[in-house]
Write a protein that binds this ligand. Structure first.
Ligand code: UD1
Ligand code: UDP
Length: 361
């Protein structure tokens, strides 16, 4: 059986690594990289470090407006699918690469398999929310990481093809944490173990509004513990556009570095005193690492981490990050919110069963 897998952005490279490793034991996999992310530190570094197979197709779409980027992907993916004539198409998460893959495949009547299905923020101003809803509605197999995601799908009358798989990012973390410790154990970019906050910011609703980005930077600057900020290129560009970069260079507690590799990131997450982020993946990794997380958003798809008290939503415009971090009391930890680390095996077994293949869970 032949699968076409479509990826293109940083979190998708991290998710495809554990799944591809298992799927290739049972199916032929053709890997398509849309090129949505293209800087070495947003793309190539993950292929090298996580030993992801070389893409069979590099579409080189790059940065564009939403419409143009999705359209270019759609056109190029359609050509690949017509040429490869696969038995199914695998897409991950909620980026424009996910939507383009799902749309191109479903219009050509190829079965669509969606990993990380059923996530909802219920905020339709997020581009990711549009991408997820659309992708779920054209998918044939929907791999939900949690029961919450299954319920979200049921609320939209999607029941057929829904499978609870657990989260492939947990698989990735379990596979790589020892490797990460051995490779980057004390490489903390000048920070001391448990002596810094690790921060990432890239979400459009936080970066595209100068008032919001200014409020976030101000809130970080007020913290009494150093903040290590591996900066997404989107945020770097907008800080400079808004003239906030100069303000930052005067604030000595914020240490801006280039985006780091996944293995470095796992170490930095583990050693942080707390994590401050608007990333979906990083919220879960904070929970895996048992490090408190402060999410700079008004809502999250990963509600379980908030429910157990290890993740706190902070609206930078109306809430005071410094006093919330200072007052934070760590509750008891609850294991197992995102599966047992065998999501890739479950997904592979379900795909093989769907395609009439030969493996079982
Ligand atoms: C995308 C996803 C988002 C995901 C994030 C992961 C969509 C709509 N958004 O957001 O869901 O959380 O990836 O990181 O698909 N840029 C570079 N170099 C790169 C990549 C991007 O300089 O290698 C800059 C460009 O100025 C670009 C901007 O970042 O315009 C935004 O990139 P884009 O891929 O459109 O969205 P992200 O913010 O990365
Ligand atoms: N990540 C990384 N280097 C960084 C920042 C993040 O390797 O400098 C990893 C992080 O550990 C997680 C993934 O990227 O596995 C999350 O991707 P991102 O925050 O870009 O997107 P999101 O999850 O919000 O869609």
């Amino acid at each position: 059986k032949k699968l076409v897998t479509i990826v293109g952005a940083r979190p998708q490279f991290i998710k495809v690594a554990p799944v591809s490793r298992v799927i290739r034991q049972h199916c032929e996999e053709i890997l398509v990289n849309t090129g949505q992310h293209y800087d070495f530190k947003m793309s190539g570094i993950f292929f090298d470090e996580l030993q992801i197979p070389r893409p069979d197709y590099d579409l080189g779409v790059g940065s564009q407006s939403h419409g143009k980027q999705t359209a270019l992907m759609l056109q190029a993916i359609e050509e690949v699918l017509l040429k490869e004539n696969p038995d199914g198409v695998l897409v991950y998460g909620d980026t424009n690469s996910t939507l383009a893959g799902a749309l191109a495949a479903s219009k050509l009547h190829f079965p669509v398999f969606h990993i990380e299905a059923g996530l909802r923020s219920y905020n339709k101003r997020m581009p990711e929310e549009i991408n997820r809803v659309m992708t779920d509605h054209v998918s044939d197999l929907l791999f939900a990481p949690t029961e919450t995601a299954v319920r979200n799908l049921a609320l939209e009358n999607i029941r057929d093809g829904v499978r609870v798989s657990g989260d492939v990012m947990y698989d990735a973390m379990l596979y790589n944490s020892e490797i990460a410790k051995n490779m980057f154990g004390d490489a903390l970019h000048g920070m001391k173990s448990k002596g810094y906050y690790l921060c990432t910011i890239h979400r459009a609703e936080n970066t595209d509004n100068p008032k919001m980005l200014g409020a976030i930077m101000q809130a970080l600057a007020e913290l009494e513990v150093p903040v290590l900020l591996p900066l997404h290129p989107r945020t770097r560009k907008l800080l400079s556009t808004y003239g906030l970069a100069e303000l930052l260079s005067a604030k000595s507690n914020i240490h801006i570095i280039e985006p780091v590799s996944y293995l470095e990131m796992l170490v930095l997450e583990n050693e942080a005193l707390a994590i401050i982020t608007d990333s979906g993946g990083v919220q879960k990794e904070a929970y895996f690492a048992r490090v408190p997380c402060f999410t700079l958003r008004s809502e999250t798809e990963w509600v379980e981490t908030v429910d157990i008290g290890w993740n706190m939503l902070v609206d930078p415009l109306t809430m005071d990050l410094k006093s919330l971090i200072t007052a934070y009391q760590q509750p008891a930890y609850q294991e197992g919110l995102y599966g047992d680390g065998r999501a890739a095996h479950k997904i592979t077994a379900d795909i093989c069963a769907f395609l009439g293949g030969d493996t079982h869970r």
